[in-house]
Write a protein that binds this ligand. Structure first.
Ligand code: TXA
Ligand code: MG
Length: 317
């Protein structure tokens, strides 16, 4: 099995080594990979996505030793996080070594690192990495959770290592460990509470609109994850008319039924896994709006709900 997999990967590894971009699965979303030490390859990532040059990329590695090639200082508390959550959906931001390419960090003095969990990504990075990898979507579109999403954005012939639907469906938690309190720029499957427990450091969710956040994580200022259909929060008692709209519910008891009314029945992980695919489906079906049932404060205590709230807020704009 292992052998078969590596043979399958050979052609993609060659492409990456030759300075090309290749999309590959991670446990969060599909990434658009390129050799992190090749400036021309990294440039292709920005060009392919139409990504603004001031939005830095995450470097994907395949073991903890590689952190030292990129990060200048690694605190004991950060090491505890690496031990506890890697490989997995946590991106850590460190002060960078001078040799890290400026194009990756958009001129910041920090670098974002992540060791993803998906076995194919691990093999690929071990053999062709380290790889920069933003989500493999055109800038501003919903992140890809299926190979067909990548092809929708970049064309049928685009090189994608296909491995079905990704497991989590929302991007990694992005955590800045260069200052205390620690700051989460993007909530994901790993929560502030778990981070505090493991690291012993106070951890807060950054306010996306603040000047400080915009300076330290420039990507937070861009709108993201948006389909053509208008995404809107559905207030608690608002009525439902599914003729030209898609509804994503999770808790309501009384509601009409129909093809365009999806009810997750409290399964927020499934909702997270499907969210971006539903956004894209809404466009294929020519829907004018996607209504998403609002979350309560109680529901927002769960990290995956915080991540959903963040992505839907951004899509609402
Ligand atoms: O789950 C994920 O993280 C996926 C998969 C493919 O690994 N990748 C991903 O990359 O979501 P991207 O580029 O779509 O999002 C990376 C986020 C952006 O918001 C970017 O601004 C932020 O991380 N970021 C990257 N480097 C940073 C840095 N040095 N300081 C602050 N924020 C940074
Ligand atoms: Mg992205």
């Amino acid at each position: 099995m292992k052998k078969k997999r590596s043979v399958l990967l050979d052609q993609y590894i060659q492409l990456l080594k030759n300075g090309n971009v290749v999309a590959f699965p991670t446990e969060t979303v599909y990434g658009l990979g390129a050799d992190a030490w090749n400036p021309d390859a990294v440039k292709k990532v920005f060009e392919t996505k139409g990504r603004p040059a001031d939005n830095p990329l995450i470097v994907h590695i395949s073991n903890t030793n590689e952190v030292e090639d990129f990060a200048d200082t690694i605190s004991e508390d950060a090491r505890k996080l690496m031990e506890a959550f890697w490989p997995g959906p946590l991106t850590l931001i460190f002060r960078k070594k001078p040799e890290v390419l400026d194009i990756i960090t958009a001129g910041l003095d920090t670098v974002a690192l992540r060791w993803p969990k998906h076995p194919l990504s691990q093999d690929l990075i071990a053999r062709a990495g380290p790889l920069v990898a933003p989500s493999a979507n055109s800038s501003g579109k919903p992140s890809p959770t299926k190979p067909k999403h990548v092809k929708e954005d970049f064309g049928d012939d685009f090189p994608v290592i296909e491995a079905g639907t990704t497991d989590i469906g929302l991007e990694s938690t992005v955590l800045d460990v260069t200052e205390i309190p620690y700051r989460i720029y993007r909530p994901g499957a790993v929560s502030a509470k778990e981070i505090e427990k493991v690291s012993g450091q106070k951890t807060k969710l950054a306010t996306p609109s603040s000047k400080d956040t915009a300076a330290r994580s420039p990507g937070t200022k861009y709108s993201h994850y948006s389909p053509e259909a208008k995404v809107q929060w559905l207030p608690k008692d608002a009525s439902i008319d599914p003729s030209k709209e898609l509804y994503l519910l999770h808790s309501r008891s009384a509601h009409p039924t129909g093809e365009n009314i999806i009810h997750y029945k409290g399964d927020y992980s499934r909702m997270a896994r499907e969210l971006y695919d539903r956004f894209r489906q809404a466009d294929h079906l020519g829907m004018t709006s996607v209504f998403v049932e609002s979350f309560s404060d109680e529901q927002r205590k769960e990290s995956i709900v915080q991540a959903l709230q963040n992505r839907i807020d951004k899509a609402v704009g």
